[in-house]
Design a protein around this ligand. Structure first.
Ligand code: NAD
Length: 372
């Protein structure tokens, strides 16, 4: 028999939707007060959906280091992968699903959170199914390939009374948090202009990232989103307009379906402007902010780290962490504590980015300044 856990009280409070209501202290069968302190020891069970590169090389290893969550289950369409993962991570067969049996996860008490790590076009379906199964959800970036899908995902989680986080790992990363502070608190005065770019040379031309129907676009959807985020979190503002330009394709055969390189410019309410590049043909990874009284930068700025930063006053010193472990622990700690997730990592934030990505494409296609 399971002993009553502190979560029972929390769940009760949440169900009431009234954490402010004062309740008489709960006691256990021996009359001892039940506090929420014991929750510190509980780890939420995460099920990864899609066992591709990010799950295999980053998330599963990170889940061996996390304090507030653990790898409890997997969802895969490939039986050989299921066998390999069960052995490697000691996952019971009862916690292994394929895309058809996925919805049965609703009955699995070991799994609290479903982490969707599939190609972009599949995020919406699996987030909605996860919410309908009564689980909290983490969804990889970009949240979806249309703003409409983002809204359906938000609505499904709200209806199920479950929380939705986006895989914005950098929001828990110390170098990134420091440049958010430097920009938003105007430590070097008002930010005047930003260069925020993320690009790499892509390999296999047959992968889903090169198919518009699955990826929603090219490098903008994949890594350009980090450059969008960078400009937004340094200013702490939402852009008011955007202009954008596609570069001519140097490998038209390879880039039949998606853009090869794209440039865009945001204008922010404070007057700050940003200029960005994303590409699948060559690399750049840099976030630079020039301010009234100095400058700061991260380079590399968006990858798995270690990130590196400096300012006009000297190097930025911060601890080097595992981004994925920090992110999942941060989300799961809040879930365990019954807190509402911070707005800057939720579905609403994911939707804001997808809206901007779509506006960038519209600006590049029309050659016009798009008001936001
Ligand atoms: P991947 O191609 O390595 O893995 C995709 C997985 O989806 C594979 O296991 C594949 O079998 C499965 N899949 C199921 N149905 C599929 C279909 N119809 N077509 C293709 N694959 C199918 O991709 P990835 O690099 O792991 O990326 C997955 C998601 O994670 C993407 O949304 C990506 O943007 C995101 N991602 C985020 C980060 C980050 O730093 N936050 C890093 C890498 C990837």
């Amino acid at each position: 028999m399971k002993t009553p856990t502190p979560l029972s009280r929390r769940t009760f409070l949440n169900t009431l939707g009234a954490s402010a209501i004062t309740l008489p202290a709960l006691t256990d069968v021996l009359g001892r007060p039940i506090t929420t302190a014991g929750n510190q020891d509980r780890k939420l069970g995460i099920a990864l959906v899609g066992l591709g590169s990010y799950s295999k090389n980053q998330l599963a290893p990170a889940l061996q280091q996390t304090k507030h969550c653990r790898l409890a289950g997997i969802v895969t369409g490939t039986p050989a992968k299921a066998e390999e993962w069960m052995q490697k991570y000691n996952i019971p067969k009862a916690n292994v699903y394929d895309y058809k049996t996925f919805d049965r996860i609703a009955d699995n008490k070991d799994i609290d959170v479903i982490y969707v790590v599939l190609p972009n076009s599949m995020h919406a379906e699996f987030v909605i199914r996860a919410a309908q199964a009564g689980k909290h959800v983490i969804c990889e970036k970009p949240m979806a390939i249309t703003e409409k899908d983002c809204q359906s995902m938000i609505d499904a989680c709200k209806k199920a009374n479950k929380q939705l986080a986006i895989g914005y790992r950098l929001h828990y990363e110390p170098f990134t948090k420091e440049v958010m502070r430097l920009g938003q608190e105007k430590v070097f005065g008002q930010v005047k202009f930003i260069e925020s770019s993320d690009a790499f040379r892509i390999g296999d031309p047959t992968q889903w990232r090169m198919k518009k129907s699955m990826a929603g676009g090219g490098p903008l959807m994949d890594v350009g989103i980090y450059a969008v985020q960078g400009a937004r979190y340094v200013t702490g503002e939402e852009p008011v307009s955007v202009t954008a330009q596609f570069s001519p394709k140097t490998e038209p055969q390879k880039f039949k379906d998606v853009e090869e390189t794209l440039f865009w410019q945001f204008r922010f309410p404070s007057g700050a402007v940003s200029n960005s590049t994303t590409s699948y043909t060559a690399g750049v990874e840099r976030l630079y902010a020039s301010c009234e009284k100095g400058w700061f930068e991260l380079s590399p700025a968006f990858g798995y780290g270690p990130l590196k930063g400096r300012t006009s006053k000297g190097p930025i010193e911060q601890p080097v962490v595992n981004h994925q472990a920090m992110h999942m622990d941060g989300v799961c700690k809040d879930l365990l504590d019954g807190k509402t997730l911070p707005g800057h990592i939720t579905g609403e934030e994911g939707k804001r980015d997808v809206r901007l990505l779509q506006a960038i494409y519209r600006a590049a296609e029309t050659g016009k300044t798009i008001s936001l």
